[in-house]
Each structure stands twice: as structure tokens, then as C-alpha cells.
Write a protein that binds this ligand. Structure first.
Ligand code: SF4
Length: 458
């Protein structure tokens, strides 16, 4: 996508020139923000892959993902459960746990100071976080990146008051600023024994008075009434919505450049969802923060996001502005997602679900075809080769990993129904339209768009 660098090989099938858009490494700095023409790239992710090494085999959870997050924008990542959204987010901030591991890729973060400190891992103002020491990446969590998770009840420690936990987040950031090696909070490893000890030995506060005051301020900023009193309460005394607000307050403690919100409203009822989204949007605009919003809910995307990346089977299969993806969907998976939400203005008698299930991500079972082919109503013989990412009609931001971005569907080339042992494919298609044994795309296929050279664009 214009304005996004490209580094590293592209996904299978349509190798992109690493430097096509961006020069080497982090790429040339761009000023192509969607909302603000002066906005710049804060984060450039290139060819990021994450694997889980399980007893069943290698799971390719994230596959050659390229994306860019710009200053002050909300980037939505949408897809079904199991599409790789959350693992992508965890990979960005180095929070993937064993047996998972980020195996490839670059995560370029704009930080001139850090770039100066690690010249071997830098390119201009950008530094590749995968090439700096682990302690540095850890120290960036809080002041640079922060996260809001789906279930606040399981994210807070039930034996410490909410205010104390937020104060600790403030305190950790304060201590880390004076000593970058000190990033461990007291709540890490805090258990029953420590709780009992703290109960009988007074004056063991980890956070100082100023951090407590800041915690109350943060609770007030996220709309908690009587923040001073609520700060003294335990997580079980908060409602789900209030606790999600408290988690957002905690995430803001380090005043991050980038907030990653992973399904932040999924566990909440509809009215509270709307309030939390509004709060997130207000905070994002007030602070000029960038936000990566992960959700399976296209309604949330439509309400919140500037740009969208649609994920399927660990890959980004379509990307673009909100208008590109909602008004000109190109990938049949995106069309399927849009077709499966009710339209109140034009209620159809039945919703159109996407048939089938997300595929196994076991490396040995994935093959080298389009991963959506077994569910795609427009699968053709050429889809038995993994498609590259093509430019798609719309803004210069729009791209899709689908041959339909390049040329129209040809029923004569359709895979017959049941080709994969299910109901996929065009059921009207002849099982062998050409009378020959096809195993790949026709050699004389003419294309109207060249495959994109290099990763994202996004
Ligand atoms: S048309 Fe082909 S490439 Fe596009 S989504 Fe369907 S199977 Fe994949």
C-alpha cells in the first residue's frame, strides 16, 4: 500500500520487493495519514510470522503479516476466531508465550532516541524492535505500547484494590523512567502469601502517594464516579463495564503512543459496549494516540476505525480504508463477513453465513493454495496456487490477496462443488470443464494488475 514500506519477502505466491515502497529497513518516512495528511508511520511491521511448536506439529498462527500504524489513527484488525488477530497483536509487543515464538519479520518503531542507542538495529528514526535486547522491549511496554484485553475480571488481581493496581502501573513507569532495568511490578508473582504478609505488616505500599493520586486521576478520566472511593475497592466490587474502564485507566498509566485493544467490548452488554467504544475514541482523539483495535465485530470497525485489515488463517487477506473495505469489498471472505451481519434498513429473510470453518493452521496441512478456497463460492482452478496480494479498486490503500482483485470470476474455471470434500466451489460448474486434469492456474491467464511487490502497503 502506498506509504507503507515493504521489507522482507511477501507471502507465498507473489513475492514483494522488500524495498518497493520504502527503501531498505524501516523504509522511507511517509506522510500519508488517512485522517491527517501530516501523520507519519509510528509502527511498520514487515513479514511478521509467529509459530507455535506443539505436539501435533507446527502451527502457523501468523504468516508474513505486513501492516503499518500511523500517528493518531485507529487501525482495525477483523476476522473470525482463530484467524490470528490476537497473536498478531501479541507478536507486535513481544508477548507471545511458549510454545509460541515470533520466527520472522521486523517491527520498526519510530523512536529517534532508541534508534541512536542501537544504530545496528536502526534505519533513520526507526528501530527494529526484534533486534534490540529483551529488556529494552520490556521497558517499552507502558510508555510506548499498552494493551486492553477482553476480560478485565481475569486481568486484575482479585486480592489487591483496583486503585492500588493502577497506582502500581504508574509506579512501574515512574521507576522505569529513572532506571530502565526496573520494570517489574509487585503484582507479578503476587499470591496469597504476599497478601497475608501485606495484611499483617502495615506500611508495605509499593506505590507512593503521587502514584496513588495519579491512579485516582486516571479513574476519573475514564469516567468512574467517585474515583477516590472506588480506588479503594476490589475488582469483584466493580461491574464489568466499570472494570473495563479501570483497565483502560491502567493501560493509560504510561501514556502510551500505541494502545492495542483486543476485543475490548466482547464481554460487555450492548449499551456498555457503546460507552466503552466512545470512551476509547475520546481518549484516542484527546491524546493523539494510535490504536490497534482487534475485533470480530464489523459494527465496531465501522464505528471506530480509519483503516481496516481483514485477517484469515494467519494472513491479511484484504486491507484498505473503511470505505474500501465496506463499500468495495474484493475478497470473498470480506464479502462473507459483511453478508453475515443484519442490515436493519433492508432486512433480508435470512443472514448469509460463511459456510465451513477456519482451516487447520498446522503447517503440514495448510498446503500452498488460497487458504479460503475450500469455503469460497468463487474458487477457481488457479486458486490452487497461493495468490499474491493485488492492488484493488478504490483508494491507493486498497489491496486484497485474491485473484478477483486482478480479474473477474470465470464460471468456466470454477472448482466443482465438493472439490475439497465439502460444499465449496460453484456447484453448477462442470467437474472437469476443459476435459484436462488441471492442477493450477492456466498458463495464459492475462492479468490487469501486476501482483503487489512487497508486503503491505497498509
Ligand atoms: S477467488 Fe480464489 S483466491 Fe480469491 S478468495 Fe476465492 S479461492 Fe481465494
Amino acid at each position: 500500500m502506498s506509504g507503507d514500506g515493504g521489507s522482507g519477502p511477501a507471502g507465498r505466491g507473489g513475492g514483494r520487493d522488500p524495498d518497493a515502497d520504502a527503501g531498505s529497513g524501516a523504509g522511507t518516512e511517509t506522510e500519508t495519514g488517512v485522517g491527517d495528511p501530516r501523520s507519519r508511520d509510528l509502527l511498520r511491521v514487515r513479514d511478521l510470522s509467529t509459530r507455535f511448536f506443539t505436539q501435533e506439529g507446527q502451527v502457523n498462527a501468523v504468516e508474513s503479516v505486513d501492516l503499518t500504524v500511523r500517528d493518531g489513527e485507529v487501525l482495525g484488525i477483523v476476522g473470525e476466531s482463530g484467524s490470528g488477530k490476537s497473536v498478531t497483536a501479541l507478536s507486535l509487543i513481544d508477548l507471545v508465550e511458549s510454545p509460541g515464538r515470533v520466527t520472522d519479520g521486523e517491527v520498526w518503531y519510530r523512536d529517534p532516541d532508541l534508534a541512536g542507542e542501537f544504530p545496528a538495529a536502526s534505519d533513520g528514526d526507526y528501530v527494529d524492535l526484534r533486534r534490540v535486547p529483551e529488556r529494552v522491549r520490556r521497558a517499552l511496554r507502558g510508555p510506548s505500547f499498552s494493551t486492553v484485553f477482553q476480560d478485565p475480571m481475569s486481568s486484575f488481581n482479585p486480592s489487591i484494590t483496583v486503585g492500588e493496581q493502577i497506582a502500581e502501573a504508574v509506579e512501574v513507569q515512574r521507576r522505569a523512567r529513572s532506571n530502565p532495568r526496573s520494570t517489574r511490578s509487585r503484582t507479578q508473582g503476587y499470591g496469597l502469601g504476599q497478601f497475608l504478609l501485606d495484611s499483617v505488616v502495615p506500611g508495605r505500599d509499593y506505590a507512593d502517594e503521587a502514584s496513588h493520586e495519579r491512579a485516582v486521576e486516571l479513574l476519573e478520566q475514564v469516567g468512574i464516579p467517585d474515583p477516590g472511593e472506588r480506588a479503594e475497592e476490589y475488582p469483584h466490587e466493580f461491574s464489568g463495564g466499570m472494570l473495563q474502564r479501570a483497565m483502560i485507566a491502567q493501560a493509560l498509566a504510561g501514556e502510551p503512543d500505541l494502545l492495542i485493544a483486543d476485543e475490548p467490548t466482547t464481554a460487555l452488554d450492548v449499551t456498555i459496549q457503546a460507552q466503552i467504544l466512545e470512551l476509547l475514541r475520546d481518549l484516542q482523539e484527546e491524546r493523539g494516540m494510535s490504536v490497534v483495535l482487534i475485533t470480530h465485530d464489523l459494527g465496531v470497525i465501522a464505528r471506530m476505525c480509519d483503516r481496516v485489515a481483514v485477517m484469515y488463517a494467519g494472513e491479511i487477506v484484504e486491507r484498505g480504508t473503511l470505505a474500501d473495505v465496506f463499500d468495495r469489498p474484493t475478497h470473498p471472505y470480506t464479502e462473507g463477513l459483511l453478508g453475515s451481519i443484519p442490515d436493519l434498513a433492508d432486512p433480508a429473510p435470512r443472514l448469509r453465513p460463511i459456510e465451513g470453518n477456519v482451516p487447520s493452521l498446522l503447517g503440514e496441512e495448510m498446503g500452498d493454495r488460497c487458504y479460503f478456497a475450500d469455503r469460497c463460492p468463487k474458487a477457481m482452478y488457479e486458486c490452487l496456487s497461493h495468490p499474491p496480494e493485488y492492488d484493488a479498486a478504490g483508494s491507493g490503500e486498497h489491496a486484497a490477496r485474491c485473484v478477483l482483485a486482478d480479474h473477474e470470476y470465470d464460471p468456466a474455471e470454477a472448482l466443482p462443488g465438493g472439490y475439497f470434500g465439502g460444499e465449496s466451489g460453484d456447484p453448477t460448474a462442470d467437474a472437469d470443464p476443459g476435459g484436462d486434469d488441471r492442477a493450477g492456474p492456466p498458463a495464459d491467464r492475462r492479468t490487469k494488475n501486476a501482483p503487489r511487490e512487497g508486503g503491505d502497503g497498509d
